[in-house]
Design a protein around this ligand. Structure first.
Ligand code: CA
Length: 343
């Protein structure tokens, strides 16, 4: 009962905060550390999260998948081989498609894996770093954290530094998990309740590519936490029947506003390139989302992966922050964005 009361109070409170932000045009966008300070340390290691915290990120991102025993762990892919040493430690555990699914491993097995910098395979089939200028592609002592462990780390750092840092949690592939018998939304909300974050709408965002999952979070689970509809491209073949072309129309954005507080679009859905005179061309998406009352938090701004015709990270930040006017952004380099916002 107490919990229900808190929900009733906190969602209107959050809307008041949003209204305040909407009327305060000079409000700085929030800096969301994408998979931690992933420009410097292997993504989703607790080390990368501690570094992002020290760099002054407002929110730290958690991508969530489940272990075979239903424990939420912080890992971007539903697969293990691109960011861990699973092929060495558990040879033979791949599915017929050659991929190692986190969902096929008990938590005790996932704990035996060691994280490494994100990798891919080159034309010769060798494992190579996706971002060659980052942390070396080598063995590390870093392991896959559970969501609960990561929340403990962030809460602990908040306490020892006197800061207040937010969680920005993505539910990955809810359809695949549901087919395996798991309700990700219920499982993640249970951890947040246990850790005292379920009633902190100013300190937690929940994000998902799947509209149906967000609707369930809002209307079935009645969460008080703000929800962000991620927007991809239909051509990416995400495991969802969400139609991103439709979501990006004014009518689609009005539908999103029924269940979510904001959108998380792909950078290239906002910045379209330059015209003949060298001026940045922006889509209508940010203005249309704001007109629908939605926040806009695009992904992903990387110093070492600029759009083709953008000359520097500062120029990209000028375009996305000053010209497009977003409310927050996902970045692998929270320190650089923080420095930009201070000058
Ligand atoms: Ca994510």
């Amino acid at each position: 009962m107490l919990h229900k009361g808190a929900e009733v109070i906190s969602r209107p409170f959050f809307i008041l905060v949003l209204l305040f932000m909407a009327h305060n045009a000079s409000a700085a966008p929030i800096v969301i550390a994408h998979r931690g300070a992933s420009g410097y340390l292997p993504e989703h290691s607790l080390a990368a999260k501690a570094m992002a915290h020290a760099m002054g990120a407002d929110f730290l991102e958690q991508d969530i998948v489940l272990s075979a025993d239903g424990i939420p762990v912080v890992l971007h892919d539903i697969y293990l081989e691109e960011t861990t040493d699973v092929e060495q430690r558990f040879a033979g555990r791949a599915r017929a498609n050659g991929r190692y699914y986190a969902l096929d491993f008990q938590l005790a097995e996932l704990r035996q894996l060691r994280l490494h910098e994100r990798s891919t395979h080159d034309a010769q089939g060798r494992k190579v770093a996706v971002y060659p200028g980052r942390y070396p592609l080598q063995a590390t002592p870093f392991t896959i954290p559970t969501l609960a462990e990561e929340i403990d780390l962030i809460a602990g750092l908040d306490r020892s530094t006197g800061r207040r840092t937010g969680l920005y949690i993505e539910l990955k592939a809810p359809g695949m998990h549901r087919r395996a018998g798991f309700d990700m939304a219920a499982i993640v909300l249970a951890v947040l309740r246990d850790k005292g974050y379920a009633d902190k709408p100013e300190q937690v965002y929940l994000q998902c590519f799947d509209a149906a999952t967000l609707r369930r979070l809002r209307f079935e689970h009645k969460t008080a936490l703000p929800l962000i509809q991620l927007i991809g491209e239909n051509s990416w073949g995400e495991d969802t029947d969400t139609d991103y072309d439709q979501l990006r129309t004014p009518a689609g954005l009005a539908l999103v506003a029924e269940y979510a507080e904001g959108i998380g679009p792909w950078l290239k859905q906002i910045y379209l390139g330059k015209d003949a005179s060298g001026r940045a061309q922006l889509s209508e998406l940010v203005a249309q989302a704001h007109a629908a009352g939605l926040l806009v938090h695009p992904y992903t701004l990387r110093r070492d992966e600029l759009p083709q015709d953008v000359e520097s990270f500062d120029e990209l930040l000028d375009i996305i922050i000053r010209q497009a006017g977003v409310d927050g952004l996902f970045t692998d380099f929270p320190d650089t964005v923080r420095a930009y916002l201070h000058h």
